[in-house]
Write a protein that binds this ligand. Structure first.
Ligand SMILES: [Mg+2]
Ligand SMILES: [Zn+2]
Length: 154
C-alpha cells in the first residue's frame, strides 16, 4: 500500500545553509538547525517516510566532491539515528541548471522517490526554505510548509 512521505530539503531545513554563492562542502562545515531530530521523530512516529531531496550543484561545478557529500550524508543519518530520528532515504541532484530532470523545481527527485518507495503524494508533505521547493511541491500535488532557514516554520 502506498505510504505518505515527508520530503525535507537539506540546506536551510536540516542544517544551516552556506552563505550565498557558497556550498556546504563536508561534514566539518555541516551544522544542524535546532530541533530537527525532534520533528523527524514525530514524522517517524506517525508512520511517514522521511526522505531528503536536495540540489547540490556544487558537485557539477567541482566545488564539492561526491565522496565528501556521501560521507556527510552518512554522518548526518547516523547522528540523527543516535538521537532517535530515522531518515529513510536521500535523493540528490548533482547537476548544473537546465541539464537534467532532477534539479528542483523539476520533479525528478520526487518521482525517483515515489517509484522506489511507493509514495502517496496526495498525503505527503514537503518542507523547504526556497521558492524552488514550493514550486516542486505545487507541481507534484504535495502540501508545502516553508522553513525560515533558522529552524522555524513561517
Ligand atoms: Mg534549501
Ligand atoms: Zn539533476
Amino acid at each position: 500500500m502506498s505510504r505518505p512521505c515527508v520530503f525535507l530539503d537539506r540546506d536551510g531545513v536540516i542544517n544551516e545553509k552556506a552563505p550565498p554563492g557558497e556550498y556546504i562542502r563536508n561534514w566539518k562545515e555541516f551544522r544542524f538547525l535546532p530541533n530537527v531530530s525532534d520533528w523527524i521523530r514525530i514524522f517517524n512516529a506517525l508512520g511517514y517516510l522521511v526522505i531528503v531531496v536536495t540540489n547540490q550543484r556544487g558537485i557539477a561545478r567541482g566545488m564539492v566532491s561526491q565522496a565528501d557529500t556521501d560521507e556527510l550524508h552518512s554522518k548526518m543519518v547516523r547522528e540523527l539515528s543516535e538521537r532517535g530520528a530515522r531518515i529513510d532515504d536521500i535523493f540528490l541532484c548533482p547537476h548544473e541548471e537546465d541539464t537534467c530532470n532532477c534539479r528542483k523545481p523539476r520533479p525528478g527527485l520526487v518521482l525517483q522517490a515515489r517509484e522506489k518507495w511507493d509514495i502517496d503524494l496526495g498525503r505527503s508533505l514537503m518542507i523547504g526554505d526556497s521558492a524552488r521547493d514550493e514550486a516542486l511541491a505545487a507541481a507534484c500535488g504535495i502540501r508545502f510548509l516553508r522553513a525560515d532557514g533558522a529552524g522555524r516554520l513561517v
